[in-house]
Design a protein around this ligand. Sequence first.
Ligand code: SIN
Length: 327
Amino acid sequence: MAVVQDRPEGSERNGPSRDPSSELSARRVTIEPWGVEVGPLAHLADERARLGQLRFDHFAVRQQGATIGAVVEGLDLCDPLEDGAVAELRTALHEFKVLFFRDQPLTPAQHVAFARRFGELEVHPFIPANPDQPELVRFEKEATVGGYENGWHSDVSWRARPSLGAVLHAVEIPPVGGDTLFADMCAAYDGLPPDLRDRIDGLVAVHDYSKVFGHMVEERDRVAMRERHPPVEHPVVRTHPETGRKLLYVNRFFVDHIVGMDRAESDALVDRLARAAETVEYQCRFRWEADSVAFWDNRSVQHYASSDYWPQRRVMERASIVGERPA
Ligand code: SIN
């Protein structure tokens, strides 16, 4: 029979010590022998409350997950936005980490124009693009092309300057399924046990496109592609350049190894850290409708596109905004 063992809350940030009367009710316990931890994630409480207080002049927001995600209402993204609205959207993006919009029938040109308000756009070297807009990658899935985005990742972390954000537009959606899930990697970092946070402080990981995209490169192009996109090193714990918050910057799509560790130690640590994104309390989940848009901060979230709709058709287009070198 499983044994339940008391275990102190992992995060010190907003742990139960804030209010002695809540200490018992906020305690995490481990169910043995499985090592399954259950109980409140107390470190989410203050951030959830803080986000719930945020108000904007140009639009309304409806909070989604505890610390991640908001539906934005009152903007038409097909029309050019005034500078004040763009500035507030940027703030909302940093705070909520992913913004959702309904009923935005963007043409590809309008999609690109909206995303450009937030910076220069990148062109993806591997995923096919919209025929008229090279800045839009096109995920066109159907019976003959399955969806392989169903793993937690941040986009293009194999670039020296991974994208700061992405704007994804639902062009055609399946009748059921195809949701996208997002995980707050600041909350994931805050929720690590303090000794693990100490252990990973200052570590560097090597990111590489080849596990996911290597098979798409023709033999004759391999050398040139490798020269253009060599493996890159990024900190395991990254500091968000706008909010100053620390976040976990490791994903199993693109991290090859952690510098200075042998393969077994590195694999175990990457796996342990990447699994933090799987904690449901750090997530929100978006159910698409045609012409919905998601705009995520690719630095502070990871995402996962549920691949439960095959062989139905699902067509999405994504613009990615060039980011900075992680630090
Ligand atoms: C992606 O991984 O950027 C695609 C997400 C999606 O199709 O929902």
